[in-house]
Design a protein around this ligand. Structure first.
Ligand code: S3P
Length: 443
């Protein structure tokens, strides 16, 4: 049992100064997995030090990769050196792989393990045990993997006997970078090409990294936002690599919105990944009338990076959001709901049904929490509409979800009266230093 933590946030501002957000979670997961199957020593600088990415690293070690943390934390992040076993050198794990709270760990590893000719079992915490795995199991079975899971192959634990895969063409029913990445990892081991089409383009870190390692990955944009990725399995080994993980835009997003909704705020958020498949929030904020400055733009290890300058703006306009924009800001919707609560009018989010199957049901968690804070919210199956208005402090349950805990901690800054976040320890999933950074910037 994890200790439950309560944090009280007082309405206080402004947020002023500089911060460096923690390393990107998505890129860290992928770096650990790919380093584990590369041929030799890879160096990952600024590997995210948080619960989710520790689950992935521990799993790769259990599969035979050697990992050494050569530099502990600090402002430049920690460096992890991984000695990969080569594409075909992983070993059967002796125990269940514990994926903790991390859907990315379980889904990406499902792809990797399907390619490997041994038996493995993955399990997770209470939240992960309720998250749909059929979305990876169905296509991986089609590729030839033998996989079983709870409730007719839908929910964790997941057991896999891998090997003997063949490439397939697969139309993904939902845009999901986790599913796409699982199939690309399995595709590395398949006979023949793997072709994946997503209804809307999702984050492309896996494609970028695989290309960097010398794998043949081609991407083609189609009509209506469709996106097709073709992988030809490599003939030789995957090259080991050196990579620096940029800061996580999804973590920066909490402070971007925080600064926009608390008077006299001004923040410089340094070293943030601005991959266009991750920064849909910036376009919505622009529509809301907030100008965000991107400074010192550069490329780091194949990903675009910048410093983000954000200033309190005054009134925000309501927005409409849906369709192909959703995958570009899928993790930012909770904190965007907070911005909507502060806007002058009603904002509408649709096409976001995926939010119901994240670490919590984020549609109902946001609707319920905002209502408790005095905001009028209508909940739909695939989204919500939020009428901007004054917020009052309330008791909020994080539902064990890191992004819900952080979104309401930011909402608290603009509310009247104190807000108490129950289950605040969840921030450790992606942003262990969140509350200390918040306290420092409020000083
Ligand atoms: C992620 C993809 C997204 C996102 C998650 C991380 C990834 O999930 O919500 O936090 O690293 O690939 P889906 O693939 O389920 O959309």
């Amino acid at each position: 049992m994890k200790m439950k933590m309560k944090v009280t946030v007082e309405p206080k501002g402004p947020l002023r100064g500089e911060l460096v957000p923690p390393a990107d979670k998505s890129i860290s997961h992928r770096a650990a997995i790919l380093a584990g199957i590369a041929d030799g020593k890879s160096i990952i600088r600024n590997y995210l030090e948080a619960a989710d990415t520790s689950s992935t690293l521990a799993a790769m070690i259990a599969l035979g990769a050697e990992a050494e943390i050569v530099k502990k934390g600090g402002s430049k992040g920690r460096t992890v050196v991984i000695r990969g076993r080569g594409l075909h050198g992983l070993k059967e794990p002796g125990a269940v792989l514990d994926c903790g709270n991390s859907g990315t760990t379980m889904r990406l590893l499902a792809g990797l393990l399907s390619g490997n000719p041994f038996y493995s079992v993955m399990a997770g915490d209470e939240s992960l045990s309720c998250r749909p795995m059929g979305r990876v199991i169905v296509p991986l079975k089609r590729m030839g993997a033998r996989i079983m899971a709870r409730q007719e192959d839908k929910y964790p634990p997941v057991s896999i006997r891998g090997g003997g895969l063949k490439g397939i063409s697969y139309e993904m029913p939902v845009a999901s970078a986790q599913v796409k990445s699982a199939l690309l990892l399995a595709g590395l081991y398949a006979e023949g090409k793997t072709v994946i089409t997503e209804p809307f383009a999702s984050r492309d870190h896996t494609e970028r990294m695989l290309s960097g390692l010398g794998a043949a990955v081609e991407t083609k944009r189609g009509a209506g936002g469709r996106n097709t990725i073709k992988l030809t399995p490599p003939e030789g080994p995957l090259k080991p690599f050196e990579l620096e993980v940029p800061g996580d835009f999804s973590s920066a997003a909490f402070f971007i919105i925080g600064a926009l909704i608390t008077g006299k705020s001004e923040l410089l958020i340094k070293n943030v990944g601005i991959n266009p498949r991750r920064t849909g929030l910036l376009s919505v904020l622009e529509r809301m009338g907030a100008g965000i400055g991107l400074e010192n733009k550069r490329e780091v290890s194949g990903e675009p990076v910048a410093d983000i300058h954000v200033k309190h703006h005054g009134a925000l306009s309501p927005f409409r959001l849906g369709g192909k924009e959703i995958p570009l800001l899928v993790d930012e919707v909770p904190v965007l709901c907070v911005a909507a609560a502060m806007a002058q009018g009603t904002s509408r989010i649709s096409g976001a049904g995926e939010l119901r199957v994240k670490e919590s049901d984020r549609i109902s968690a946001m609707a319920e929490g905002l209502r408790r804070m005095g905001i009028r919210v209508e909940e739909a199956k695939d989204g919500l509409s939020i009428e901007g208005g004054p917020m009052t402090g309330a008791g909020i349950e994080s539902m064990g979800d890191h992004r819900i805990a952080m979104a309401f901690s930011i909402a608290a800054l603009a509310a009247r009266g104190k807000t108490r976040i129950d289950g605040a320890e969840a921030v450790g999933i992606s942003y262990p230093g969140f509350f200390s950074t918040l306290r420092r910037l409020l000083r």
